[in-house]
Design a protein around this ligand. Structure first.
Ligand SMILES: Cc1cc2nc3c(=O)[nH]c(=O)nc-3n(C[C@H](O)[C@H](O)[C@H](O)COP(=O)(O)OP(=O)(O)OC[C@H]3O[C@@H](n4cnc5c(N)ncnc54)[C@H](O)[C@@H]3O)c2cc1C
Ligand SMILES: *[C@@H]1O[C@H](CO)[C@@H](O)[C@H](O)[C@H]1NC(C)=O
Ligand SMILES: *[C@@H]1O[C@H](CO)[C@@H](O)[C@H](O)[C@H]1NC(C)=O
Ligand SMILES: *[C@@H]1O[C@H](CO)[C@@H](O)[C@H](O)[C@H]1NC(C)=O
Ligand SMILES: *[C@@H]1O[C@H](CO)[C@@H](O)[C@H](O)[C@H]1NC(C)=O
Length: 528
């Protein structure tokens, strides 16, 4: 560490003394050995390691507010070398291996980004939000952006828009980090057409579990590249990704249609996602869907004009369960004059309840950033920082009708506790590259189903019991679901989850993180 000024170095010494006192307090209560603590303090990154109670407690929980794991320290890196130093030390310097978890925004809902007795790396303290995005063009790739791993997608969007371009594949919510979503998949209503976010990456820089800084792509270090995409943080820390871009539209036609019949709903959804690549004019840009129940009306009613609320509520009460398809078609000055006609053509043969087609015309950015509005409202009501016992599944198309009966009707409706959003939309398997670590069902089309529960601090277990009932129903009935953002803890469960990919996953772990240091909170290789 550079010591430019005598005052600075005195502060440094005081800071070190304060820190060592704190560290020793932490060490007494934790498993850190004395020698490990002296080793940590002698590192050049000692000044970036935080052990104060606020830092520790902030890094011991996440958005889920269900799991708590107390780390030994939090690293706030100011440059990538700080992370390399930490990993290299943990790999080959510390007297006992020290686990390390990269943390984006901590939007995980189980223990995924936590590290008991390890070091949590606060990726966002690397900073340089907007400057982190560079837009370029090449003959072979077209437009692409180089973005930092810790960057939020909202910042990537704002920066790329200045060049008239934008990423093509999104998540519903944009205050997530690039490294965090690429470690999972990154799915939304564009996935059917462009694939998940992990299918739209050309190249990455990664700090592996051996402390090596490597660039990887399908050509260069391909094993690392494919392992890291959907790799649940197990092989390296993503510090840069080269993301595919397309021309940015200006506006979106945003439409919701209501169905009372599940089979009509899924037939139409599947038909809409099968059109991609055929006739450009009839292609949609976004297809999702969700459940309408009386119990969760707060999550959907506001899209519709107030004059329709009484109607809609009576329809929901009559049917108990309705389904909604949500689609969007993007347009700009060039396509403004034809967008309505094209949309009409696309939607004309659908069998939704006729009077319930609702349409909005919004700015593209506002469409993509739609969840932010809900977030700010929930924050205002004190309902954002509450437990989130979520369950996200990929369900094979061939069993989605059984899922509707067995889960939506016989579990969700009967229990009558689901106040949160329940999303359901199909995607095409051929947009997922089987070489990547991400796991999906073995069918051409499968559905993403998300139970996005919020709960009180005392009653999240009730929702988790329902989640378990859902999983049990699928197991008992041979519905081969895959969990998205998976929550497993035993090796048997992980083997089953990864299926034929398990062997490669293990081999990559042995190659890139042989001491099993990274993202221990996923509990794949680290069992307590
Ligand atoms: C309101 C909300 C809406 C959401 N909507 C969607 C959605 O529409 N689609 C979707 O796909 N997901 C969605 N998610 C889930 C989201 O993708 C996950 O929470 C994901 O983990 C990203 O969050 P994060 O960036 O905060 O990562 P974290 O939760 O901090 O980390 C996730 C995992 O990745 C690891 N990790 C973090 N950064 C890096 C890095 N740079 N390199 C390697 N590993 C790293 C962590 O150790 C951890 O294991 C949503 C989440 C929330 C809270
Ligand atoms: C680990 O450290 C030892 C001693 O400092 C050194 O000799 C060895 O080469 C290092 N190994 C690796 C893989 O870095
Ligand atoms: C991570 O660092 C950022 C920026 O320095 C800070 O706002 C945030 O609270 C930190 N998060 C945690 C969990 O320490
Ligand atoms: C579901 O729960 C709500 C709120 O507790 C209650 O008003 C309603 O009657 C319940 N519905 C059924 C069918 O039990
Ligand atoms: C999530 O994993 C934990 C740890 O294994 C387990 O106790 C919990 O029941 C799991 N939750 C669900 C819904 O599977």
């Amino acid at each position: 560490m550079a010591q430019k000024h005598p005052m600075a170095s005195r502060c440094m010494i005081i800071a070190l003394v304060v820190m060592s006192t704190l560290l020793s307090m932490v060490c007494q209560s934790r498993l850190l050995t004395d020698s490990l603590y002296h080793e940590l303090l002698s590192l050049p990154i000692a000044g970036h390691l935080h052990v104060d109670p606020e830092s520790i407690s902030a890094a011991s929980i996440n958005y889920g507010l269900i799991v708590q794991e107390i780390p030994a320290a939090v690293l706030r890196p100011s440059r990538l070398e700080d992370i390399v130093t930490l990993v290299a030390f943990a790999y080959n310097g510390s007297s006992i291996p020290l686990t390390i978890s990269a943390r984006g925004c901590g939007h995980s809902v189980r223990g995924q980004d936590l590290a008991r007795d390890g070091v949590v790396v606060n990726m966002t303290s690397l900073g340089n939000e907007r400057q982190g995005t560079t837009v370029s063009w090449s003959q072979s790739l077209g437009h692409y952006a180089d973005v930092n791993g810790q960057q939020l997608w909202i910042d990537v969007l704002e920066e790329t828009l200045k060049h008239g371009v934008a990423p093509v594949s999104w998540t519903d919510y944009l205050y997530l980090t690039v490294g965090g979503t690429l470690s999972n998949a990154g799915i939304s209503g564009e996935t059917f057409r462009h694939g998940p976010q992990i299918s739209n990456v050309h190249e990455m820089d990664v700090i592996t579990g051996t402390g090596h800084f490597l660039t990887c792509s399908s050509q260069k270090n391909p094993e690392l590249f494919y392992s890291v995409l959907g790799g649940l943080g197990q092989f390296g820390i993503i510090t840069r990704a080269r993301i595919a871009l397309g021309r940015a539209p200006e506006r979106a036609k945003w439409v919701r249609m209501i169905y009372s019949d599940f089979s009509a709903f899924t037939t139409d959804q599947e038909q809409l996602i099968s059109r991609h690549g055929r006739d450009r004019d009839e292609e949609l840009d976004y297809v999702e869907g969700f459940l309408l129940m009386r119990r969760n009306s707060d999550t959907w009613i506001s899209f519709f004009p107030p004059s329709d609320h009484p109607w809609l509520m009576s329809l929901v009460i009559e049917h108990e369960l309705l389904y909604c398809i949500e689609v969007a078609k993007y347009f700009d000055g060039r396509t403004q004059s034809t967008v309505d006609k094209d949309l009409e053509m696309t939607l004309k043969d659908l069998s939704h309840v006729p009077e319930f087609l609702h349409q909005k015309d919004v700015a593209y950015v506002d469409f993509l950033n739609r969840v932010r509005v809900g977030e700010l409202e929930l924050r205002r009501q004190g309902l954002w920082n509450v437990p989130h016992p979520w369950l996200n599944l990929f369900v094979p198309k061939s069993r989605i009708a059984d899922f509707n009966t067995g889960v939506f009707k016989n579990i969700v409706l009967k229990k009558n506790i689901t106040t949160g959003l329940v999303i359901i939309y199909p995607m095409n398997n051929d947009k997922w590259d089987a070489r990547m670590s991400a796991v999906v069902p073995d069918e051409d089309v499968f559905y993403a189903v998300g139970f996005l529960h919020s709960s009180g601090f005392e009653d999240w277990q009730e929702f988790d019991l329902q989640n378990k009932e859902v999983l049990l129903f699928c197991e008992d009935n041979g519905i081969k679901v895959k969990q998205y953002l998976p929550n497993y803890s035993t090796e048997r469960e992980w083997m089953q989850h990864f299926g034929p990919k398990w062997r490669t996953f293990q081999e990559s772990k042995a190659q890139f993180d042989p001491k099993m240091l990274l993202s221990p909170g996923q509990r794949i290789f680290n069992h307590n």
